[in-house]
Design a protein around this ligand. Structure first.
Ligand code: BGC
Length: 375
């Protein structure tokens, strides 16, 4: 067993700034990580971790599914409601909401006909979305209990590890996954994904948080404005599998190269946006790729990633079945996802950037969501 798998759970309370207990514009909070028992799944203990930075931003994350359940960052009037939709109890997550806040793997988004061929061998996956495989299968990384450690530093950070065994959900190779969540002093939630394998396998890890910058699911996200730095996108067929084409966004409803309200052209896209944008940044360095803004709250969310794609999904299948922590129904278009990733169905699309991880290679990607307040 490697060091990171054998490491136990540690609580680290980080005391580094606490000059003034009075809350005012310039006051600082004590940055910290705490954890509480949150239940049990598969005979394993589930915890809810609370990360607080020196500005008082709070993010809660569970080792069940690596799920981000809550993120408060004040709006321009100082109101603190969560910009991520989610629930306070583990039991609601066990009712399988559609990947709310979860870590998604081994393969984020769809693989067509739930199969792929690698090195001459066909691998069959569970068809959990019509005839296709979605988000890692019947029990993807969003439904397992991860090992967790907290890092002793001035910046709160949670490291989650998971060993996905050879053959799990049909995928080849023992895949060791390490995901590190950090809440920085600049109100960024930084997510670093690492993995190694002992057999060639597709890997495409992402986070599936649903955002509503108003902090209130009574508002849809159609008035949020969005910029995506992408001149192209990957069109899909009726079962949301890319056709393999890479098409320009110019002159289409998919053009977000200049910020525009999400609702402006959505009616021209049957079902709403649920597509992969081909990001202009191509060299794998960390780049700003999208900016989401809400003028009422004054909040913007900047997205930085090393990934080549962004799945922008406007909550088209949200139907009020789940009730947000504030008691309000999570209805159509009341939250959106910006999933940084490689392109859907890449294992069957030789012209897309490869998602195959080979033994001896290190999978490493990074994504940052950063809250900026426009007063
Ligand atoms: C997919 C959607 C799916 C949603 C929830 C998104 O990443 O693109 O089609 O409905 O996840 O499962």
């Amino acid at each position: 067993m490697t060091k990171w798998f054998s490491a136990g759970l540690i609580i680290v309370a980080i005391a580094f700034i606490s000059c003034n207990s009075t809350q005012n514009e310039n006051s600082t909070t004590m940055a910290a990580i705490t954890k509480k028992d949150w239940g049990e799944v598969d005979g394993k203990q589930v915890y809810l971790y609370t990360l607080t930075n020196k500005n008082g931003d709070v993010v809660t994350i569970s080792n069940y599914g690596g799920t981000v359940t809550f993120w408060t960052s004040p709006d321009k009037s100082g109101n603190k409601s969560s910009i991520i939709i989610g629930f306070d109890s583990l039991s609601t997550y066990l009712q399988k909401p559609p990947y709310f806040g979860a870590l998604v793997g081994r393969y984020g988004n769809r693989i067509g006909d739930a199969k792929f061929t690698l090195d001459g061998k066909e691998y069959k996956l569970a068809a959990n979305n019509g005839k296709n495989a979605l988000h890692g299968g019947l029990k993807g990384f969003d439904k397992v209990v991860w090992n967790a450690t907290t890092v002793s530093d001035t910046i709160p950070s949670l490291t989650l590890t998971y060993l996905s065994k050879d053959g799990e959900e049909g995928y080849p190779g023992n895949l060791k996954v390490i995901v590190q969540y950090t809440l920085t002093e600049d109100n960024e939630l930084k997510i670093e994904y690492n993995a190694t394998t002992d057999k060639a396998t597709p890997v495409n890890l992402t986070n599936h948080s649903y955002f509503n910058l108003t902090g209130d699911v009574n508002n849809t996200i159609l008035n949020h404005s969005l910029m995506i730095d992408a001149d192209n996108y990957t069109p899909v067929d009726t079962s949301l599998i890319p056709t393999g084409e890479i098409k320009p966004v110019k002159g289409t409803p998919f053009d977000f190269t200049t910020a525009k309200p999400i609702g402006r052209d959505i009616d021209s896209v049957p079902g709403g946006y649920d597509h992969n944008w081909v990001l202009n940044s191509k060299d794998g360095s960390l780049q700003k790729v999208a900016v989401l803004s809400d003028s009422v709250s004054g909040r913007s969310l900047e997205v930085y990633t090393t990934e080549p794609g962004l799945q922008f999904y406007t909550g088209n299948f949200l139907d009020g079945k789940f009730i947000n922590r504030d008691g309000k129904a999570i209805n159509l278009h009341t939250a959106l996802c910006m999933e940084t990733q490689h392109f859907p169905d890449s294992p069957n699309k030789p012209n897309f950037p490869s998602t195959i991880l080979q033994p001896g290679q290190q999978y490493h990607t990074e994504t940052i969501y950063k809250v900026v307040l426009n007063k």
